[in-house]
Design a protein around this ligand. Structure first.
Ligand code: MN3
Length: 193
């Protein structure tokens, strides 16, 4: 069952104009679905097929890891976005951002840099590292849990995430996600969870 994709947390046109329905048709409907189909095929009849997705991610490498982690990363990414998201968080997260980055503007610079400078395919992340907020970048399917860090928010910077809507302009995509879509309620849930 862990290989079934959860439904998107909003309609496919809900993030437009920032992320189009066409992008979600492909990114969720084709790319994310393909990782789930691949993992199902790789684990068919194997004992790992009964493990949780997190157990598979932490215990695997190669193709099993890549597909399992990409299922997790994409579900996490859809939840990191909201039609009513973006901008500055308030409350506890705002205080932690002030403490650990010196303010929201500095966090935005750091997260933008992590996402934009990731060479090739990968992810930009806001994470909890010990008891501090930090940003990190990962390549391909790699993710914070493999490095002992807790993910709070992510931005997918594989070309398939932005090429339909932004062509080669990854920085414009990243800026739009941060300003208009990041789901700080989800970040707070992850912080507390
Ligand atoms: Mn993707």
């Amino acid at each position: 069952m862990q290989f079934e994709l959860p439904p998107l947390p909003y309609a496919k046109n809900a993030l437009a104009p920032h992320i189009s329905e066409e992008t979600l048709e492909f990114h969720y409907g084709k790319h994310h679905q393909a990782y789930a189909n691949n993992l199902k095929g790789l684990l068919d009849g194997k004992p790992e097929a009964t493990q949780s997705l997190e157990e598979i991610i932490l215990g695997s490498s190669g193709g099993v890891f890549n597909n399992a982690a990409q299922i997790w990363n994409h579900t996490f990414f859809w939840n990191s976005l909201s039609p009513t998201g973006g901008g500055k968080p308030t409350g506890e997260l705002a205080s932690m951002i002030d403490r650990d980055f010196g303010g929201y503007d500095q966090l935005k610079v750091a997260l933008t840099k992590a996402a934009v400078t990731q060479f090739g395919s990968g992810w930009g992340w806001l994470v909890l590292d010990g008891d501090k907020l930090a940003v990190m970048q990962t390549s391909n399917a790699d993710l914070p849990m493999k490095h002992g860090k807790k993910a709070l928010l992510t931005i997918d910077v594989w070309e398939h995430a932005y090429y339909v809507d932004y062509r080669n302009l990854r920085p414009k995509f990243v800026e739009t996600v941060i300003d208009k879509l990041l789901n700080w309620d989800f970040a707070l849930q992850n912080l507390k969870g």
